[in-house]
Design a protein around this ligand. Structure first.
Ligand SMILES: [Zn+2]
Ligand SMILES: [Zn+2]
Length: 257
């Protein structure tokens, strides 16, 4: 991923509140389209200009050609708030983060996240690298807000079950049970994404607990009851894959070597 500095200069009298509101609207719109990554964006005011550092999946993520209608609208709102168009400066590649996927068309893709991840929740099935969301057709209303919201909810559940102090059981159910609301939302999103992108799109179902490695291996697809054990683990995580239900899962983390 790449670090960029974005500058907003005032061209007329404005108030900090108005400018802040307009800048935050643009940051939100960029985030909901996958053009910037993360949750916190400290904005600094110095010499009548605001500046903010953002992390982008690619060097050119903030190009106008990738923007959603929400981003376009947010840019218009900037000028109404007395700010010039944002000026971008590339600061370089973040050596600690994953690279984005570069496939033209992956043979499959998967909706996957965890409590530590802030990169795109859609990964290339061939390389397991995150696919910048703005390269995918928008799932609803012209951007990817629904995917980002699904990712936030999934990460929050994962955090709760990792911490294990409150709501652990309900959080785990949301991530691992095909009757949960989070599962249904994920499933609807993967179906929509597959329909729009024409790329087989799978949903990851978390699995922990169980009795033994043997009984784990005998598990059937929870959706169709079919055989779904893979010969070899894929990307160190997926031991199960149902091509009918577009589901992937792991042998319970309690028994995985
Ligand atoms: Zn790939
Ligand atoms: Zn199935």
């Amino acid at each position: 991923m790449y670090l960029s500095k974005v500058n907003f200069e005032c061209y007329t009298d404005t108030t900090i509140t108005r400018a802040e509101k307009a800048i935050n609207l643009l940051l939100d719109s960029w985030r909901y389209h996958g053009q910037i990554i993360g949750r916190e964006f400290p904005v600094v005011l110095k010499d009548a200009a605001f500046s903010v550092r953002v992390v982008c999946p690619e060097e050119n993520s903030l190009l106008d050609s990738f923007q959603s209608k929400q981003v376009k609208r947010a840019k218009l709102a900037l000028s109404e708030a007395g700010l010039l168009s944002p000026k971008l400066k590339n600061l370089g590649r973040d050596i600690n983060s994953d690279d984005s996927d570069t496939c033209e068309t992956p043979s499959w893709q998967v909706l996957y996240t965890n409590y530590l991840q802030s990169c795109s929740p859609v990964r290339c099935g061939d390389h397991f690298t995150p696919i910048p969301l703005y390269h995918l057709p928008a799932v609803a209303n012209g951007d990817h807000k629904q995917l980002i919201k699904w990712q936030e909810d999934w990460s929050a559940c994962d955090q709760l079950q990792m911490n294990g102090s409150i709501l652990e059981h309900s959080a785990l159910k949301e991530m691992s049970d095909i009757t949960s609301r989070l599962y249904r939302r994920g499933s609807d999103l993967t179906k929509r994404l597959e329909y729009l992108s024409k790329v087989p799109t799978y949903l990851y179902l978390y699995r922990v607990g169980g009795e033994s490695l043997e009984t784990e291996k005998e598990r059937c697809c929870p959706s169709c009851g079919g055989d779904w054990l893979l010969e070899n683990t894929v990307h160190d995580i997926f031991d199960f894959k149902c091509d009918t239900c577009r589901l992937v899962s792991n042998i319970s983390w309690d028994f995985k070597r």
